[in-house]
Design a protein around this ligand. Structure first.
Ligand code: CA
Length: 229
């Protein structure tokens, strides 16, 4: 098995060195591009397994790079964004990025996100797996059955649809807009409160302590993530 290849699209030399060193130390091969256009060209030439994409690039905006990549590849894209730009993160995820990290971030956090992206990439892109287990939570997609520590969990159709949507994207943050489009349909994408209300209901049924969720995590200002660990 060859080592996964990470394409680093980042113009800042210090951040680039940090990312290259970290990836190499954990057995990944790296390719670097210092601009958006170069990043797109290298993605085509080197067929990376995951892309780390800075949003603030000298030529193209990282959002534009995401949109262009999504025109022809499903490669996982992890966006690296500056602190306090929540709207950018949401836009990047809606444009097709898989995940984001806010600078400054920890090395372990980045490595964990890369592992999630690679695991997702390894799964079938069509149907995924018939069931998902995270800790004590078991979701049987085929039987439409949810159990928590072995006990059946009864969900309303909307709660079920929201949990399934998150489960199909396990480990990955989904924006309010993405969840709304999947669960309530494309005309509902502005109704962020639907998602909040149903997240609270899901937590009451799934979490030992809904105020400190173990499974359904809030990404402040962005959306929700069903943890995969
Ligand atoms: Ca930059």
């Amino acid at each position: 098995m060859t080592a996964p290849r990470v394409l680093i699209v980042e113009d800042e030399p210090r951040m680039t060195r940090f990312l290259e060193t970290l990836c190499a130390a954990h057995g990944y091969r790296t390719v670097h591009a210092a601009s958006g256009r170069d990043g797109i060209a290298r993605a085509a030439d080197h067929q990376p397994d995951v892309v780390l994409l800075d949003l603030g690039l000298p030529d193209l905006d990282g959002l534009e790079v995401t949109r262009q990549l999504r025109g022809w590849t499903h490669v996982p894209i992890i966006v690296l964004s500056a602190r306090g730009r929540e709207a950018d993160k949401v836009e990047a995820l809606d444009a097709g990025a898989d995940d984001y990290l806010t600078k400054p971030f920890g090395a372990q956090e980045l490595l964990a996100r890369i592992r999630v992206a690679l695991r997702r990439q390894a799964r079938s892109p069509v149907d995924g797996e018939p069931a998902l287990t995270v800790g004590g939570l078991h979701i049987d997609f085929a039987a439409r059955r949810i159990t928590l520590d072995g006990d059946d969990v009864h969900l309303t159709p909307r709660e079920y649809a929201m949990l399934i949507t998150l489960a199909r994207n396990v480990g990955r943050v989904m924006t309010h807009r993405q969840i709304l489009a999947e669960v309530w349909g494309p005309n509902a994408v502005e109704h962020t409160h639907y998602v909040r209300v149903h997240a609270a209901r899901l937590r009451r049924k799934l979490e030992a302590d809904p105020a400190r969720p173990r499974y359904l995590l809030t990404e402040t200002g962005v959306g929700y993530r069903l943890t995969d660990e």
